[in-house]
Design a protein around this ligand. Structure first.
Ligand SMILES: C[S@@+](CC[C@H](N)C(=O)[O-])C[C@H]1O[C@@H](n2cnc3c(N)ncnc32)[C@H](O)[C@@H]1O
Length: 128
């Protein structure tokens, strides 16, 4: 096995462990706790009405909901769908829509040059 193959296997294992970690426990209170930070991120990113935003690592939707409230059309992806129901509940509670689906930050479901902005909150992606 080459060094490159070893790195690839390790990354797959890492992602699988990440998925299990994020599915464990109850993330919902944390999601609510970071709501103010999500609003700041969306504001600093200049998200406005009519924009299309891809929220990477959407979790329970703090950033996605804030972006939708700012008027964007939001698609969110996450390696787990464990908290999507919570995200939809939060969105519907404030009268906005989200479109969430399973997806990996390393293989995003958008084409190059599609013009969508992207947000990623509380995610650390490292690749050596
Ligand atoms: C701290 S939470 C993000 C919170 C979220 N941005 C919010 O606004 O509530 C981190 C999220 O990143 C997701 N994640 C981790 N690695 C990922 C990857 N490679 N691709 C997509 N999502 C990933 C986790 O499943 C988890 O839901």
């Amino acid at each position: 096995m080459s060094r490159q193959e070893v790195a690839r296997v390790d990354l797959a294992e890492f992602k699988e462990s990440q998925r299990r970690v994020w599915e464990a426990g109850d993330y919902r209170p944390v999601g609510r706790l970071i709501e103010p930070a999500a609003q700041i991120l969306v504001s600093k990113a200049g998200v406005t009405t009519g924009q299309r935003v891809l929220d990477v690592g959407a979790g329970s939707g703090s950033v996605a909901v804030a972006a939708a409230l700012a008027g964007a059309t939001v698609v969110g992806v996450d390696i787990t769908d464990a908290w999507f129901d919570e995200a939809y509940d939060r969105a519907h509670a404030v009268g906005v829509e989200l479109d969430l689906g399973l997806g990996d930050a390393e293989s995003l479901p958008v084409e190059d040059g599609c013009g969508a902005g992207a947000t990623a909150a509380a995610m650390i992606l490292e690749r050596t």
